[in-house]
Design a protein around this ligand. Sequence first.
Ligand code: SAM
Length: 220
Amino acid sequence: MPESQNAQIMDTATKPDPVRGVDASPEYAEGYARTHIIPQTFEYRLGYIWLLVIDSLLKDYVLLDVGCGTAGYHRLARNCKRIVGLDYSKTMIERGRVLLSELGLKSTEMICGTFEGYLPTEQFDAVNLVGSIGRYTPWPGNEAALEKVRIILRPGGMASFAFVRPRTVFQFLKAILFPRRTVVIRETRFKRMIQRAKLELVLSIDIPGSMNTYVFCRSN
Ligand SMILES: C[S@@+](CC[C@H](N)C(=O)[O-])C[C@H]1O[C@@H](n2cnc3c(N)ncnc32)[C@H](O)[C@@H]1O
C-alpha cells in the first residue's frame, strides 16, 4: 500500500487511549505494523534513536519497552538478550505478535497492560518510556512513573524518556499555567522531575524536525 494511503487510514483509524479506555482499531494497528515492513532507511533508524543509543551502550541487556505498539522496530536491537514489550492496546499487541513472527524476531515477549498497573517480577537493564508517558499523558502528575522506572531498573541500568519542549510563546505559557493539561513541558521542569526521582541524566538529544527531546538516565 502506498505510504500516502497508509497516512490517510491512520488519520481516520481509532488510536488507543489508555486514559479513556479506548483500544486501537485493527486499521490503526495494521498501519503501525506496515511501518516496520520496510527497509531500514536512515530516517527509519533515526525515528528509533532511543533504541539505537541503548543498544550501542549496553550488551546482553533485558529491556522493558513501554508502549511498544506492534514492536516491529525491535529488529534494530542487535545486542539485546530479551525485550519485554508492554502495551495497553490488545489490538496492537495481537498484531504485534503476528508481525514479530513475520519478521522472525524471537527475543521479544509481548504483554498487554498499562505501565501503571504492571508489576514485574524482575529488574531490567533498560526501561523505555519514549512514546507513552510524556506523549499520551503529561509528565507533571506522572512523577510515580519515574519513581517506578528507578525501582524496576537494576543499579546502573538505563532509562530512555522523551519530552516535548514549548515551541511558541503560547505553548510556553500553557506549560507554566496548565502543566497537567499539555504534554509540552519546559526543559528545566522535566530535569527537576528526573532529579527528584533520583535518576542521573547522562545524555539528551534534540533532532531538528522532531517534537521529541530524548533523555537518557541511569539509576545508581
Ligand atoms: C504512539 S504508539 C507508539 C508505538 C511504538 N512505540 C512505535 O513507535 O511504533 C504509543 C503506544 O503506547 C501505548 N501506551 C500509551 N500509554 C501507555 C501506558 N501508560 N501503558 C502502556 N501502554 C501505553 C499505546 O497503547 C500505543 O500503542
